[in-house]
Design a protein around this ligand. Sequence first.
Ligand SMILES: *[C@@H]1O[C@H](CO)[C@@H](O)[C@H](O)[C@H]1NC(C)=O
Ligand SMILES: *[C@@H]1O[C@H](CO)[C@@H](O)[C@H](O)[C@H]1NC(C)=O
Ligand SMILES: *[C@@H]1O[C@H](CO)[C@@H](O)[C@H](O)[C@H]1NC(C)=O
Ligand SMILES: *[C@@H]1O[C@H](CO)[C@@H](O)[C@H](O)[C@H]1NC(C)=O
Ligand SMILES: *[C@@H]1O[C@H](CO)[C@@H](O)[C@H](O)[C@H]1NC(C)=O
Ligand SMILES: *[C@@H]1O[C@H](CO)[C@@H](O)[C@H](O)[C@H]1NC(C)=O
Ligand SMILES: *[C@@H]1O[C@H](CO)[C@@H](O)[C@H](O)[C@H]1NC(C)=O
Ligand SMILES: *[C@@H]1O[C@H](CO)[C@@H](O)[C@H](O)[C@H]1NC(C)=O
Ligand SMILES: *[C@@H]1O[C@H](CO)[C@@H](O)[C@H](O)[C@H]1NC(C)=O
Ligand SMILES: *[C@@H]1O[C@H](CO)[C@@H](O)[C@H](O)[C@H]1NC(C)=O
Length: 517
Amino acid sequence: MTLLVLLITFVFLALASPSLAATADQWRSRSIYQVIIDRYALPQGADPTKCDPADRTWCGGTWNTLQENLDYIQNAGFTAVWISPVSQNYQGPTTPYGDPYHGYWIADATQLNDHFGTSDDLKALSDELHRRGMYLMVDVVVNDVMATSTNPDLSTYMFKDSSQYHPYCVIGWNNNTSIERCWLGDTVVPLPDINTEDPTVVSGFGDWIESLVKEYNIDGLRIDGMHVNMDFWPVFCERAGVFCIGEVFGSDPVRAAASFQGPNGLDSVLHYPMYYSLVDAFTIPGPLNTTAVSDMMAQSKALFNDTGLLGNFLENQDVPRWHNISVDPQSLYNAMVFNFMSDGIPIVYYGQEQYSNGNADPYNRAPLWPSDYANTTAYQLITTLNKFRNFLAQNSTWLYSSANVLATTEYGIAIMKGDVISVLTNIGSPPQNVSVPVYTPFQTDTDLVNILTCVHWVVGSNGTIEVEYTLGGQPVVLIPSSELPGSGFCGDNIPLPHDWNGTSWTVLSAQRDILLN
Ligand SMILES: *[C@@H]1O[C@H](CO)[C@@H](O)[C@H](O)[C@H]1NC(C)=O
Ligand SMILES: *[C@@H]1O[C@H](CO)[C@@H](O)[C@H](O)[C@H]1NC(C)=O
Ligand SMILES: *[C@@H]1O[C@H](CO)[C@@H](O)[C@H](O)[C@H]1NC(C)=O
Ligand SMILES: *[C@@H]1O[C@H](CO)[C@@H](O)[C@H](O)[C@H]1NC(C)=O
Ligand SMILES: *[C@@H]1O[C@H](CO)[C@@H](O)[C@H](O)[C@H]1NC(C)=O
Ligand SMILES: *[C@@H]1O[C@H](CO)[C@@H](O)[C@H](O)[C@H]1NC(C)=O
Ligand SMILES: *[C@@H]1O[C@H](CO)[C@@H](O)[C@H](O)[C@H]1NC(C)=O
Ligand SMILES: *[C@@H]1O[C@H](CO)[C@@H](O)[C@H](O)[C@H]1NC(C)=O
Ligand SMILES: *[C@@H]1O[C@H](CO)[C@@H](O)[C@H](O)[C@H]1NC(C)=O
Ligand SMILES: *[C@@H]1O[C@H](CO)[C@@H](O)[C@H](O)[C@H]1NC(C)=O
């Protein structure tokens, strides 16, 4: 079997045409807004009060309503949109777990989900994104299909032969073979596990993904659930011909998540291990363990093939909203800065910018429209971070550099990627008489600018800066002012603050920064 798969891999590699759409390297500089189509925007005239996530049913969003409301995403500086699965889903009566409004209950993958629109609508969404210079990422499921019994009618699926499925069994999570072959879900909503070792499945999925990507001009794939034999992935992603990022759920061990990235797996994975470290470091209340983040940065560098391609997130459709586990918005702002200013591709799940606060599924999938798409402080911070990262990403030295830890203390962490230093704290909004001292590699007197406030900081003796939190725990993002021209930030050529008197400040504090602002 393995030999056959290898042979197929070889044939596909040999015949592969040049990628039509975006490669991993083209995605490196992008930032992604994640959308559940059903929950992003309503059609004109629909009743906006009729969507309760607890009902687990359709609320009415479509590919068209996303297309009509892309300004909100693009104005925030995002350069790519990840949409929930487009394939046809289960169409029977409502199950005890609701209806497949989320798109993950695949029936026939070769058909589109007509709840979300027509083939022309999906093409129009893709065209509009490309017209705006943005990429389209589509969520796909290959591990399984959905059923309402453990003995479903296979004629309703893309793969119709029982040999193309693994026989029903319950997953034993300490056994990899079992994880790959047994069925997710339960006996109420079983998810029949596709036999991805079967050569007809390998070629069938290859044909399907190649034509889906071509038909809709898809630029990248997010792949649900990695519970599949590893040698399936390189073949599948080669046929897709675009960037593939996989969902490896869970944090432990990092080595396991890392084993999926590289020539024997996929281009990238969602960085779940870092997500859990950020939760440990920044949520209030929480363990406030900043070491978890610095340790994870070191482990990531050692274990992943390419940290610059990992997907950085604080929320998605499977984990609680950040605002549910940490109500202080400064906690969100500091962790958010980390995701944009460290290695990896930032991903923001729709609604995070509106402080959506549900916990687990289905409450983390609330409709966006009750927010009125407001220009919140979180939306503005994300806009600033996107614009800054979009500027930095034109500089390949910054883009390909690997972030380092400059300081880890009880109250915060300072990281440096390229020449950009981010000092992040978990103290939250209430002021505290504490500080994070940082040794930078910059010369004494180097003029830095905090791009979040446009205030200058001058490096003290021996390269020091010290961030004080006597006005609360705001994030600080510093770049040498000499590198700002062309950025559109802080007037490019910033006048010095009014009380500058030509003498270098040995220590500037966040307090001073805010007062000057
Ligand atoms: C692991 O799971 C597979 C598939 O269910 C099963 O055949 C095998 O016996 C299991 N191995 C162990 C050691 O339990
Ligand atoms: C199980 O799979 C994970 C992920 O690929 C891997 O890291 C781990 O070594 C595997 N365990 C065994 C016992 O093969
Ligand atoms: C990372 O993957 C690329 C191709 O995907 C490969 O050429 C390279 O050798 C890998 N690097 C490491 C350090 O594994
Ligand atoms: C903080 O996280 C590190 C790394 O994950 C761990 O080794 C350490 O035990 C944690 N500290 C506390 C106090 O939980
Ligand atoms: C967390 O979510 C649950 C369910 O959505 C909700 O009842 C609870 O109030 C939320 N907690 C916070 C702090 O937002
Ligand atoms: C949001 O508000 C900020 C501050 O007032 C403003 O600069 C920005 O243009 C607004 N963004 C949008 C999309 O309206
Ligand atoms: C590119 O980034 C590097 C590292 O951040 C910096 O040293 C260099 O000055 C930047 N180049 C330009 C043209 O901004
Ligand atoms: C802040 O702490 C420093 C030393 O830890 C102390 O000297 C100073 O008086 C404190 N300031 C206030 C306002 O409490
Ligand atoms: C100067 O900075 C280095 C780190 O860059 C530090 O190890 C050293 O202790 C500092 N010296 C003084 C006198 O603060
Ligand atoms: C300039 O400002 C610094 C710091 O506030 C102060 O110590 C110094 O005396 C001032 N110098 C002059 C010439 O005003």
